[in-house]
Design a binder for this molecule. Structure first.
Ligand SMILES: [Zn+2]
Length: 388
């Protein structure tokens, strides 16, 4: 009922105008009669719950011109934000049918495309966004929305084609970073379907598109490790601490596979220490402790204790407690340490491992594309006391 009143509000205003105008401008009686008919049919559509048709008819009464164009756009945006996309579509379609300057018609078309995307009419949206736009800013916004829509549909080739054709107009984020991610998606699809060589070609293309793409480096190194090309794999993964130090934790399992352990422990340790100089990561400290532990647990314990002094971190504290529990002889000390370990481990398990730098979305699983804001490369391991 409230919604009906909300819709009737502009109608009441129009009717007031209609009554006033009737007295003042007798010469326009025929025109007014047509307006009255429109009001009646608008109400009929409303009562029949045909919201889209009602909005179109009522919007027609508003005499869209350059002066109230912005108000119409704002109203449509409110409708879309409220989830009443049908009404937003009605207003935008009406604007598109009005005699407005080209730049305003282009803007109305862009907004209508956003409505279509909101209700899943992707083909209609893409058709609208492909129309030529004379306003440069709007043209670039349309390109970005087209890429986002292709991304939503998993249409990587069309998205890459848009980037290829419009490279000079797009920022490096699109031409390098997004491009590499889209190629990685193609690699993932190929490898998922068992087309491993094709996947490898895509991964090399992705690294070529963005030499700092940690995802491509990790995926390619993993592939190379699987077939025993450890030298090349370790050469590729070596870029991580320089290009994306925050991703060391994610790259570590692949780095470990690049060495024949424990035979190559010494060389592995050298690389770990080199990585640690560039990437302040608790995972790297714990990995070094794990290697030390194979020779001398006391050395490992001493190393972790020293590391905690510089980097207070729950995971390091958990490992230290494990070492102390192993060497404790006194039953009551063992019981206390065991309780403490349980407490710290529970605390660690409660925290999220990854967070999106763009929207703050937190997760225990790593995503290359944020499921919340749709941004690429924005999710990183959590840092600090309860992170890496
Ligand atoms: Zn996000």
């Amino acid at each position: 009922m409230f919604e009906l009143l909300f819709l009737l509000l502009p109608l009441a205003v129009m009717y007031g105008w209609y009554v006033g105008a009737r007295h003042e401008r007798r010469g326009f009686e025929r025109q007014e009669s047509s307006r009255a008919q429109k009001i009646v049919s608008g109400v009929r559509f409303l009562l029949a719950n045909k919201k889209l048709k009602a909005t179109e008819v009522l919007a027609d009464l508003l005499h869209v011109d350059s002066e109230n164009f912005d108000a119409n756009l704002a109203l449509a945006e409110v409708y879309r934000a409220r989830g009443d996309v049908e009404k937003a579509i009605g207003i935008h379609r009406h604007l598109l049918g009005s005699s407005l300057p080209r730049i305003k018609l282009e803007l109305a078309g862009y907004e209508l495309a956003k409505d279509y995307i909101a209700v899943g009419m992707y083909d209609d949206a893409l058709k609208l966004l492909q129309e030529p736009r004379y306003d440069d800013e709007l043209r670039i916004k349309s390109l970005k929305l087209m890429i986002k829509t292709c991304q939503k549909l998993g249409d990587w080739d069309p998205a890459l084609e848009i980037i290829r054709r419009n490279g000079p107009d797009l920022t490096e984020k699109y031409t390098s970073s997004y491009r590499a991610q889209f190629i990685c998606e193609k690699a993932k699809e190929s490898m998922g379907a068992g087309r491993i060589p094709e996947g490898e070609v895509y991964l090399r293309q992705a690294l070529h598109a963005d030499p700092r793409c940690s995802r491509a480096a990790i995926m390619l190194s993993e592939l190379l490790c699987s077939r025993g090309d450890l030298e090349e794999a370790s050469g590729i993964i070596a870029m991580i601490p320089d290009s994306s130090p925050g991703m060391a934790m994610i790259a570590l399992p692949i780095l470990r596979r690049c060495f024949r352990l424990p035979a190559e422990n010494e060389r592995y340790m050298e690389v770990l220490k080199l990585w640690l100089e560039k990437a302040d990561s608790a995972s790297l400290i714990l990995e070094i402790a794990s290697v030390l532990e194979q020779y001398d647990q006391q050395e490992a314990e001493k190393y972790v204790l020293q590391a905690i002094r510089h980097k207070p971190n729950l995971r390091l504290f958990e490992r230290l407690t494990v070492y102390q529990l192993r060497s404790a002889r006194d039953p009551s000390a063992r019981e206390s340490l065991s309780m403490l370990l349980n407490l710290v481990s529970t605390e660690i398990a409660m925290h999220k491992t990854y967070v999106c730098a763009s929207c703050g979305f937190a997760s225990k699983i790593m995503f290359w594309n944020c499921p919340s804001c749709g941004e690429w490369n924005s999710i990183q391991p959590v840092r600090g006391l309860d992170g890496d």
